[in-house]
Structure formats: C-alpha cells, structure tokens
Design a protein around this ligand. Structure first.
Ligand SMILES: Cc1cc2nc3c(=O)[nH]c(=O)nc-3n(C[C@H](O)[C@H](O)[C@H](O)COP(=O)(O)OP(=O)(O)OC[C@H]3O[C@@H](n4cnc5c(N)ncnc54)[C@H](O)[C@@H]3O)c2cc1C
Length: 485
C-alpha cells in the first residue's frame, strides 16, 4: 500500500518560510487556472511545483478540451448544442455520474471556453466530420465521445464537443499551457519551483492551513491564510497505488503522464482525512481506427461473440475488451474493408492471418466450432437491412461482411500497447471542496484536475478532452472559492 504522509500540526511549526492567502500545489492546467482565478479575485497566491517549471502532463497532451453547450466553435460549425443536451448525455453515459458536478460543468462551459480564448488559448472555427483519435492539423471541433453511440444518441441530441487547440502535431497542449503560464506570470503570482510538497499542515480545528515542502534538500513550511488547492495530477506513475487499484495495468499497459504524476495530491488529501472515489477508474485505450472503414468490421471475444458496438469511442471499446475472457479480442474484416490500423503506437498492426472462408478463420483463431459462423451470419442478416438489433451500431457503419477472403487483427489487451490515464482521486463536491471519510467537508482544502474524481470516472464514460476540460474548469472554481473563503 502506498504510504500516506504524516499530517503536521501548526502549533509544532516554529517558523513559516512563506505566508500567503492561497497555496496551489502543482502547476499543470488545473493549478494554473486555480492560481490565476485566485489572484484575480484579489488573493495573494503561492504556487509550489515539484518540476523546474509549470506545465505538467497538461503540456504534453494533445490539447483536446471537452466543452459544449453552444460554444462559439460549435455555433460556427452549425451545431446547436445546449447545456441541457450536454448534461443529459454526460449523465446517461456516466458510469457513476455526479449530477451536481456535471451540472456545474455543463452550465459553465460556454463562459469557460470564452475565458480560455481570452487567456490566449487559440481555437480555430473549423470542424472535422470524420472519426479519428486525435488530429495533427489545427482543425478544432470533432466528436470525441459516445454521443452518436446507442443508447446515448436517443437520450440527447448528439453534438461534437472535442475542442482541439490550434496547433499542428500531437502536442497542442503545450500551446495552451504556454498561454496560461504567461498569464500567470503577468498576474504576479509567487512561485516555488523544484519544490515538492510532502505534507499538509492543519490547525486545532482540523482546518488545512499550510504545507511542508522540500527544496534543495531543505524543508520549508508555507502558511495559507485562506486555503490550499491540490492540483498534482493523476497517479499513473505510482506503482504501489496501481498495484492496489488496477493491478492489470502493471506490465500490460503504458502510463500517459509525467514522472511526478505519482498520486501525491491524493495521498496528501488522505492524510487530512479525505475520502477517495472511483480509484479503479481508468481510461486505457488502443484504438483500432483510423482508418474509419475498420469500424465496419466486428469485434469478437474468444467465444466468437460480439460484445461492444464497434462505433463506440475507442476508450469505451477498450474497456469492454479488457473485460473479456483473457482480455482477448479480434477485429474481423472482409476484403472490401480490409486495411491496416494506422496508429502504430498501439501495435495493433499485427495481422493474425487471412482465410478464404469464415469456417477456416474460426479454426485459425481457435474459436469454438460454429461460434464465429453463427455470429457473422446473424450480423450479416441484419446488416443487409441496415440494422444491428444486438448492439445497435449506427447504420452508417453497417455492411454485411461477406466478401472473402477474411482477416483478423489481434486487439487483445495484453497483445497491443494500451495507453492509460487514471481517473479516480479525491472526493470533492461541485465547489471543489474536499470531502472527508466522515462525509464532512475538510475546511481549507480544495482539489481539481486529475488528483480529484470529477466528470469522467471510468473508461466507458470517458471522451477525449474530459481531463483538460473539467480540469481547467474546476481549477478556476477552486481558485475563486479559496480566494474568497
Ligand atoms: C500524451 C498525452 C496526451 C493527452 N491528451 C489529452 C487531451 O488531448 N485531452 C485531455 O483532456 N487530456 C489529455 N491527456 C491527459 C491530461 O493531459 C491530464 O489528465 C491533465 O493534463 C491533468 O492535468 P492536471 O493539472 O491535473 O495535472 P498535471 O498537468 O500533470 O499537473 C500536475 C503538476 O503537479 C506537480 N506535482 C506533482 N506532485 C507534486 C508535489 N508533491 N509537489 C509539488 N508539485 C507536484 C507536477 O510536477 C505537475 O506539474 C493527455 C495526457 C498525455 C500524457
């Protein structure tokens, strides 16, 4: 089990190195947004960051923000999204959705998009209509979730909500962080870089009143008159925490993050009595598309059965693959739609083999006799009519798979390279106040970003952008609240 740090009592501190109103721990997107808003609300702000500069995993990211409700980009692309439609979708798609958190996010999204642009985070007025994992162009808007997947498309009118920062390449997050860090510098924050927060400080009433941090081998104490905001990112670099909450990721999958995403904020919160939530929640993904024609294939498990609509968001599909017997699955194609998966990072490009008939393919994949033949016959019978009564794949992706020869790719969890981000973290309310294991709020303590359990809590309900979108939004909420505490 990961070690929860000691808690320090303020009466035991003889000298504070720093005194300020609000302390922000971590300078990724949640921390930068928290610090900016706290400062603009009139608070003195000290940011303590373990790395030699701000950025965190946020600066490494693809720069997709999940935002909606009628942003300027959605309007320019001709989509009439509303906060209500976005809320209905996120609640229906959510595995353990928190109605208050989702309501606050959806209601505030349009203003938040405008705010990001006002800070200098650039978003083009452009739309990509296809199905992709990320874009390497400057094109902004794209469908990045399960909005068009059954049953969600019947619950809420689908709208594209992935907003990518206008930068070419895979690393658009660095442009967003560059803009936010520049605004932080202008705002006159105090910063301590190369400084690792190692403990929280509480007073006699249990209120969090500061932190201990280590810098150049020396320990310091920083006092926060109004509050401490934890924004240290996820825990996918902490092997002990992974072994406890998602042992199957160790050795099988690659963490997406930076070295200091080691769960420090979660453990610090726990030292003050905080509760955690959805700690086994993870988005682990290895998309078999693009090219999108592969979505017209079917995925089967070792029983030869389909188990997920193939047009699902790749993270949802991956979650279902991980749950199959032996974590195994095959992508079955016929000659009309055959292509190699384009994203070689995931190593799906290993073709198992090609076969003249379905019967031979079934034997070649060592599936139970008759199983794949039955599955395909059933699928093809309905696909001819543009229907999929079993899993409701959208008619756009349906075609009978009858044009031999046939081929299969092994897309099993332990055969491909799955990349993952942890989704669990400190339990907070919609105001980012940290909730204790006794259900009471911990005074003076706030959390935002990937160290808090937020809008998405499971790979089945994730959409690309549901880290940067809510992380930046709730970072701002935390900053404003702590400043006025
Ligand atoms: C390659 C890649 C692509 C991604 N693409 C996307 C995307 O397009 N859209 C999306 O929504 N998400 C994406 N993600 C995930 C997303 O980037 C992260 O979930 C998100 O940036 C987390 O933000 P954060 O502010 O919570 O944490 P971070 O940005 O990781 O910031 C946390 C900061 O806290 C600091 N810190 C940690 N511990 C301490 C300590 N004890 N004391 C002081 N400082 C500490 C760290 O050094 C770090 O700077 C991607 C991630 C990667 C790696």
């Amino acid at each position: 089990m990961a070690q929860i740090p000691e808690i320090i009592h303020s009466k035991d501190i003889s000298r504070w190195t720093d005194e300020t109103d609000v302390i922000v721990v971590g300078m990724g997107i949640a921390g930068a947004c928290a610090a900016l808003e706290a400062r603009r609300a009139g608070a003195e702000v000290l940011v303590i960051e373990r790395a030699s500069g701000g950025g965190g995993a946020s600066a490494l990211s693809s720069g997709i923000f999940y935002l909606g409700g009628g942003t300027a980009v959605q309007q320019a692309a001709g989509y009439e999204d509303t906060p209500g439609a976005m809320y209905d979708f996120l609640m229906a798609n959510g595995v353990a959705p928190d109605a208050e958190i989702i309501r606050a996010f959806c209601d505030g999204c349009v203003e938040h998009f405008d705010w990001l642009e006002a800070q200098g985070v650039p978003f083009e007025r452009s739309y990509f209509p296809g199905k992709a994992v990320f874009l390497t162009t400057t094109t902004c808007l794209m469908s990045t979730g399960n909005e068009k997947v059954w049953p969600y498309r019947d619950v809420a009118k689908p709208a594209p909500r992935g907003h990518k920062v206008a930068r070419e390449g895979e690393n658009a997050g660095s442009l967003a962080m560059g803009a936010l860090l520049a605004r932080c510098e202008e705002a006159g924050l105090q910063t301590r870089y190369d400084s690792q927060v190692t403990a929280l400080v509480i007073d006699d009433t249990g209120r969090v009143t500061g932190v201990r941090y280590r810098r150049s081998g020396e320990e310091h104490h920083a006092r926060a008159r109004k509050g401490v905001i934890l924004a240290t990112g996820g825990y996918n670099m902490n092997r002990e925490m992974l072994a406890e909450h998602m042992p199957h990721m160790l050795g099988n999958a690659e963490p997406l993050g930076m070295p200091y995403n080691d769960g420090a904020g979660i453990l610090l919160g726990q030292s003050a009595g905080a509760d955690t939530q959805s700690m086994s929640g993870v988005i682990a993904t290895a998309s078999f598309y693009p090219p999108s024609q592969l979505i017209k294939g079917i995925l089967v498990n070792t029983r030869g059965e389909r188990f997920v609509a193939e047009d699902s968001y790749h993270g949802r599909t991956a979650s279902f693959i991980i749950e199959q017997p032996g974590h195994k699955a095959y992508l079955i194609l016929d000659s009309e739609i055959f292509a190699y998966p384009e994203l070689t990072d995931f190593s799906h490009h290993t073709l198992v083999d090609g076969w003249e008939t379905v019967e031979e393919m079934e034997a070649g994949l060592q599936l139970p006799p008759g199983a794949l033949q039955r599955t395909l016959a059933e699928y093809n019978r309905h696909a001819e009519k543009g229907e999929d009564p079993l899993l409701h794949k959208h008619p756009e992706w349906l075609k009978p798979l009858t044009a031999g020869p046939y081929a299969a790719f092994d897309v099993s969890f332990n055969k491909s390279v799955y990349l993952y981000i942890t989704l669990g973290g400190l339990k907070t309310n919609a105001r980012t106040e940290v909730v204790g294991i006794d259900g009471a709020l911990i005074p003076g303590l706030y959390a935002a970003g990937a160290c808090a359990s937020s809008v998405s809590r499971d790979g089945r309900d994730y959409a690309s952008g549901l880290s940067l979108g809510p992380g930046s939004f709730f970072g701002r909420v935390a900053g404003r609240l702590a400043a006025t505490a």
